[in-house]
Every structure is written in structure tokens, then in C-alpha cells.
Design a protein. Structure first.
Ligand code: SAH
Length: 251
């Protein structure tokens, strides 16, 4: 059996209880060494084999899983954040299907949630934005044309950009081409929830400069939108004059 497990965004105590249990029971752990906190490996079983997937190909990862399976051993494939986002798990699951190897998936706290916590922000503010676009800037890895950053930006809603910190001049251009004002609020969150986390508030037009000033070139999320500003409507849910299934209106 192979368990795909979300490690959470960084802090070792942000893995789920289920994920932590699976890790402590694993015979083999394959972890994404470039982003997963190595402290998560400390509670592993004696004799557990550990592989860092940073230097491995998909075929090598699957070969390790296949061998473990043949020996009746359990593998945890530990992915950063939540495995469903930029985790490349689909291709692993398809190859496991071909080989008749069973697996399951344990979700994790994504770095986009870690970033909101670091910012002490709410992505979905009433009257500001009720949608969050999670995307990335096209770079060496392409993005489907219909999802060009300028097109996504044209909605003006909250945006969280993964994997784009090395391309911030282009990010600025695309966001402004899509309609964001140069002084629209933005923030760079570096290593959210890690001890060396950095939160840099800036504007759309100063993203690249801000990253340079703080020497941030990777492991960061770019967040953009009015949710970082001061203006919003309070929620209806907790408004005394608004009745709903669980509460009468009080005035
Ligand atoms: N599955 C992961 C994302 C993997 S892609 C998740 O759910 O978070 C890797 C990218 O995620 C990095 O390039 C960076 O943009 C972002 N990232 C991962 N961990 C981060 C963290 N702790 N703080 C900020 N960004 C992070």
C-alpha cells in the first residue's frame, strides 16, 4: 500500500493527525526534500528507509514503491502542502494503477492557507472578493493559453500565485495588463509557517523590487487583491439584522 500524504506548508506540527500516524507506521518514506520539513522524519520507525525525491525521476520513485510493495512493506509518499496542488501525484497514481498497487491520499494544509495565516488575512472578504484564483506564471513549465496570467487577473479577485517568484517582472506586467492598478495591494509570503517565514507587503508594481530587497527568489507565494486592503463589508452571517436557519434577526 502507498499512502500519499500532505506534509503541510512547513511547520512540523501542521501535518494532520492521520498523516503523522501514517508516517510513524511507514516502512519506506519518499519525501520531497526541497520543500518538506525534515523534522517530520524524526518520528519514523526504526529501520524505515528514507528517500529524497528531489533528485529522483518519476520512474525511480515508482521503482522504490514497487519494490516495497513486493516485500509487503508500506510506503508514505510525502508531498509538501496539499498533494493535490502542483504535487504531480496523478502520474504516480496512474503508474500504480497499471501495476495493481493500491494507494490512498491524505490531504494536507496547503501553503496558500499557511500564507493567509501569516498575513492574518481572509481571502474572501464580503464586497471585495468571493473567489480565489490559484495559479502560476508560465515559465519553463507552460500554462494552458486560456489561463494566461493577464486573463486570470481580469477578474480582479483574490489571486495566489505558486511557483512564480523567479518571474516577478513578468508577473507585474501580466497583472497590470489584466487590469490591476500598479498600486493594488500585493504581498510576498516566503516560507509560510517555517521559523524563517517572511511577510513582505507591497503593491503589484513593486513585487519584483520587494523580492530583490528581501533576497527572496523561491519558496514564496505571491498574493494579490483587495483582501489585503482596508475596505470591506461586514458579513451577513453575523449581522444582528440578518436572520438565517440558526438564528433569528435581533433587531
Ligand atoms: N502542494 C504544495 C505546493 C507545491 S508547489 C502546497 O499545497 O502548498 C511548490 C511551490 O509552493 C513553491 O514554489 C512555492 O511557490 C509554494 N510553497 C510551498 N511551500 C511554501 C511555503 N511554506 N511558503 C510559501 N510558499 C510555499
Amino acid at each position: 500500500m502507498v499512502h500519499f500524504v500532505g506534509a503541510g506548508p512547513g511547520a512540523a506540527d501542521l501535518i494532520t493527525l492521520r498523516g503523522a500516524r501514517l508516517l510513524s507506521e511507514a516502512d519506506v518514506i519518499i519525501y520531497a526534500g526541497s520543500l518538506v520539513n525534515p523534522a517530520l522524519l524524526e518520528g519514523r520507525k526504526e529501520g524505515c528507509a528514507v528517500y529524497d525525491s528531489a533528485s529522483m525521476t518519476l520512474e525511480e520513485v515508482i521503482a522504490v514503491m514497487e519494490k516495497a510493495e513486493a516485500e509487503g512493506r508500506t510506503t508514505v509518499r510525502l508531498h509538501t502542502g496539499d498533494p493535490s496542488l502542483y504535487g504531480a501525484i496523478r502520474e504516480q497514481m496512474d503508474l500504480l494503477d497499471e501495476r495493481g498497487i493500491g494507494y490512498d491520499v491524505t490531504p494536507g494544509v496547503s501553503s496558500f492557507s499557511g500564507a493567509a495565516a501569516a498575513l492574518e488575512a481572509e481571502y474572501t472578504l464580503p464586497d471585495v472578493s468571493q473567489s480565489v484564483i490559484i495559479t502560476r506564471m508560465a515559465g519553463r513549465t507552460p500554462v494552458p493559453e486560456g489561463e494566461a496570467l493577464s486573463k486570470m487577473a481580469s477578474h480582479g479577485c483574490t489571486m495566489v500565485l505558486f511557483l512564480s517568484t523567479g518571474l516577478l517582472e513578468e508577473v507585474e506586467r501580466e497583472l497590470m495588463a489584466g487590469g490591476y492598478a500598479p498600486d493594488a495591494p500585493a504581498a510576498i509570503v516566503y516560507k509560510a509557517t517555517w521559523p524563517d517565514q517572511k511577510v513582505c507587503r507591497c503593491t503589484v508594481a513593486t513585487l519584483a523590487r520587494t523580492a530583490r530587497e528581501h533576497q527572496i527568489s523561491k519558496t514564496a507565494l505571491i498574493t494579490v487583491g483587495g483582501f489585503l486592503g482596508d475596505r470591506y463589508e461586514r458579513s451577513k452571517l453575523y449581522d444582528p439584522s440578518f436572520a438565517h436557519g440558526y438564528r433569528e434577526a435581533s433587531k
